[in-house]
Design a protein around this ligand. Structure first.
Ligand code: GTR
Length: 363
């Protein structure tokens, strides 16, 4: 039944190389993944600049009795070179006092919306994880003005000059990779066990970042909706026209031409989710979050799954039916859950994230 629904979406073929041949080995998958990343860079999110080689950090403040005495808190400032000089942004983090070489949950955060405040730091610490949080507007303001923030540091003239120049999602994702640059230099954190977590526009960001940056072990893509982990073809909620009208600055200008032309796009979102394989993905929906399109998020997970199977791994392990609310399908490397409720990341998702991390990387 669900495969039938998926067929009706008429998606572009994930495991077909640009030259039409079948992608059926791990070596070919590496090539196919590069093709997918190039396609989405050119047509959707824009190309990211070459990563800097000089990312550093310094501690701004520290408190060694945080979270009821279980954790040490740090505020650090990350700095790296750009064409217009050094760029810096701050990250906060909590690390358990008693765990060394600790796995980490990197949380891309909104600045002030109460909806996004479910963040169980105490549970995270008690379960043996460190957690970092970065406020996305500290990297790049969420508006159609490329002269500011990180984008401003790379802008040549007064505005974007090419239709493939990056948008804000690209900037936020690029900065998350700079956080990984410094995580790799911290010996008390295990950089091989880092999950990147984002909700909504930051779910889109976590997905784009992990697709490009193989250093992240798990991408948690919560309620990411259109141009996140939700299929554009047949989406029951937001369309490409809606999103490019309201948030043109999230994408490169090439993307605008797909408004009302979803079925002609040479891509759909299952391909960029699949670009994270063979690493872990966890896609989460809310059953009444119709704007994000929970059904299209589930079908997107289902459509991305064959890459794992082709690689001899378990992808999405699901019965042949749409999941009931409050279900988490976490047996494979591509996990999916749906909560009963709307557009938020809640305790249910955080608990699932910790379970997935523990099952895969701790036990
Ligand atoms: C909505 C937007 C969605 C989603 C959301 C959010 O208004 O249409 O694509 O990303 O914002 O980020 O909260």
């Amino acid at each position: 039944m669900i495969q039938e629904e998926l067929k009706n979406r008429n998606l572009p073929k994930l495991l077909q190389m640009n030259d039409g041949t079948l992608c059926n080995t791990a070596t070919l998958w590496e090539k196919r993944r590069a093709e997918i990343l190039d396609l989405f860079s050119r047509e959707v999110y824009g190309y990211m600049p070459t990563p800097p080689t000089d990312t550093t950090y310094h501690i701004i403040s520290t408190y060694d009795d945080a979270v009821a005495g279980f954790a040490i808190y740090y505020r650090i400032r990350i700095t790296f070179s750009t064409p217009k000089g050094p760029f810096s942004f701050d990250v906060e983090f909590y690390t358990p006092k008693t765990v060394i070489h600790v796995p980490l949950l990197l949380h891309l955060q909104f600045n002030d919306s109460p909806l996004h405040r479910v963040y169980p730091v105490e549970d995270i610490i008690k379960n043996g994880f460190a957690t970092m949080l970065v406020r996305y507007c500290d990297i790049m303001p969420d508006k159609n003005d490329f002269s500011q923030g990180l984008a401003g540091m790379y802008l040549k003239g007064n505005q974007r000059e090419s239709p493939t120049e990056w948008g804000a999602i690209g900037c936020w994702a690029f900065a998350a990779s700079r956080i990984m640059d410094v995580i790799e230099t911290m010996d008390f954190i295990d950089s091989k066990r880092v999950a990147i977590i984002g909700h909504s526009r930051l779910g889109k960001t976590a997905m784009w970042c992990a697709a490009n940056d193989k250093r992240f072990a798990l991408a948690v893509i919560n309620a990411s909706g259109n141009t996140g982990a939700s299929l554009s073809r047949g989406n029951e909620g937001e369309t490409i026209e809606d999103i490019t009208k309201m948030f043109p600055h999230w994408f490169c200008e090439n993307y605008y031409k797909y408004a009302n032309h979803e079925s002609e796009a040479p891509f759909d979102q299952h391909e960029i989710v699949a670009a994270i394989a063979p690493r872990g993905v966890y896609i989460c929906s809310g059953d009444s979050d119709m704007w994000a399109g929970p059904k299209s998020e589930f079908l997107c997970a289902l459509a991305a799954s064959p890459v794992y199977e082709m690689l001899g791994l378990k992808g999405l392990v699901t019965p042949d039916a749409f999941p009931l609310s409050e279900t988490c399908m976490g047996d494979g490397l591509l996990a999916y859950s749906v909560h009963s409720g709307g557009h938020y990341i809640g305790r249910f998702e955080w608990e699932n994230i910790m379970k997935l991390m523990k099952n895969r990387y701790i036990n």
